[in-house]
Design a protein around this ligand. Structure first.
Ligand SMILES: [Zn+2]
Ligand SMILES: [Zn+2]
Length: 437
């Protein structure tokens, strides 16, 4: 008898889990037209970084509708929605809200044709090409689902609508405004990002560092201008800059431990006005990507040493050595807490099937979500990849007939329904599991 009961217990759990899954599936199916309409509305009305006024109003209204206390304009157009549901942990769940200054080139019937006057006064096409519209739809769906399933969890959910992710500023703006002083300090933080390579219906998780610390460094190279035909009377900053650029290539290859990852890219070199003038100055613009703080510090040190050394060899006076301008702010590397990844992976396995949960490789792109876990409170965070590639594109890609558009491509678009329902399922179930942990 006892043996029988022992056999029956896991069966019973499995049974109740499947009925629960089914119940939630049919709930999401019912809510999907609402979320799809919201997605399309946001997609057709994109707003660039620091201009997310209407988008933030939309999100605030969505939260209020289902009973959240909402604070608006918190750190720019930031939205903070709080729902207290008894005693339990506080969990932060963030979406970003900004679009990009670029023209949409998809042929979709709901494509954006919005033109924005940017801060420089220029008219720019505007598009949600980084999937932030999808993030908002999933976020709203998750808030609604958590309210629907209120009797299954206890704690406080803190929904964050963050502005200005694309310029790496929004998370810092909200934290500097006192996010963790004015509101409860969360015990965990969760976020997601649309993936342009994972098919819709699937999600991806990576442990540890998943996205890099990104920063922009400027180098001003000085020289002594002259006639192009009289180089002996110059100290040519174009030649100096060229030597510096080549020498920078040795930092990753020769100075770093081969097992550490980093990228140093010189993305812009500007100097001179005309064929026959040796200019006085050259400007270089670099992007640097790293994971570890000590690697980042070593790269800064080597850039400075290389610049000084080459300037000395060119015969420049110390006062004319290159000026290396390190950024005051940067986007820290995203570190996925290993236990949170394990928890979310097992939740995802049971809710969408093991075959739909993939392990993701780390990337050198950046995301300022990292900031929520980089304060002195050191809260564990996780950001997962939400597959968004529509089946018709994936099929062509698998046949080798098609290159998938990346994020920030004017041709990128997600599979709306499948991505939203997968995102809402994974986010909601993970949050409920975490509240009950
Ligand atoms: Zn982006
Ligand atoms: Zn993004």
């Amino acid at each position: 008898m006892i043996k029988k009961i022992i056999y029956l217990i896991p069966l019973f759990f499995l049974f109740s889990l499947t009925t629960k899954n089914k119940k939630f599936d049919s709930y999401i199916e019912k809510d999907l037209p609402y979320l799809k309409a919201l997605y399309i509305d946001i997609h057709q009305n994109p707003e660039i970084s620091l201009m997310e006024k209407e988008t933030s109003i939309k999100l605030a209204n969505e939260l209020r509708k289902v009973g959240f206390d909402v604070e608006e304009n918190f750190g720019g157009y930031g939205v903070v929605g709080i729902l207290k549901n008894g005693k339990g942990p506080t969990i932060l769940y963030r979406t970003d809200m900004d679009a990009l200054p670029m023209e949409e080139k998809t042929d979709l019937p709901y494509a954006s044709n919005v033109i924005t006057k940017n801060f420089d006064g220029n008219n720019v096409g505007t598009m949600h090409s980084c999937g932030h519209d999808m993030h908002m739809a999933v976020w709203t769906g998750t808030a609604r689902a958590l309210v629907e399933r209120k009797d299954e969890w206890n704690g406080t959910i803190m929904m964050i609508g963050q502005p200005a992710e694309e310029i790496g500023a929004g998370a810092a703006m909200m934290l500097n405004e006192g996010l963790y002083d004015k509101f409860p300090v969360p015990d965990y933080g969760i976020g997601l990002h649309s993936s342009p390579i994972i098919p819709s219906g699937k999600v991806g998780f990576g442990k540890g560092y998943i996205m890099a610390n990104t920063e922009s460094v400027d180098i001003k190279v000085f020289g002594q201008g002259s006639h192009g035909a009289a180089p002996h009377m110059s100290i040519d900053p174009i030649v100096t800059a060229s030597v510096i650029i080549m020498e920078l290539q040795t930092i990753v290859s020769r100075n770093l431990n081969p097992l550490d990852d980093a990228v140093i890219t010189v993305g812009s070199i500007k100097g001179g006005t005309k064929h026959n003038i040796i200019p006085d100055e050259v400007d270089l613009q670099l992007t640097i990507r790293t994971y570890k703080e000590e690697v980042r510090n070593l790269i800064h040190k080597r850039i400075k040493e290389i610049c000084d050394g080459i300037a000395a060899s060119m015969g420049l006076d110390k006062s004319r050595y290159p000026k290396v301008i390190l950024p005051e702010s940067f986007t820290p590397a995203n570190y996925n807490d290993e236990e949170l990844v394990d928890l979310m992976t097992s939740v995802s396995n049971s809710i969408i099937g093991k075959e739909n949960v993939v392990v993701s490789e780390p990337q050198m792109v950046g995301e300022d979500f990292a900031r929520y876990g980089s304060t002195e409170e050191d809260i564990p965070t996780v950001m997962y990849w939400l597959g968004t590639v529509p089946k018709e594109r994936m099929d062509k890609y698998n046949l080798g007939e098609y290159a998938l558009p990346a994020l920030h491509s004017p041709y990128y678009y997600p599979d709306i329904e499948n991505s939203i329902s997968t995102g809402v399922k994974v986010s909601t179930e993970s949050l409920i599991k975490l509240f009950n942990n």
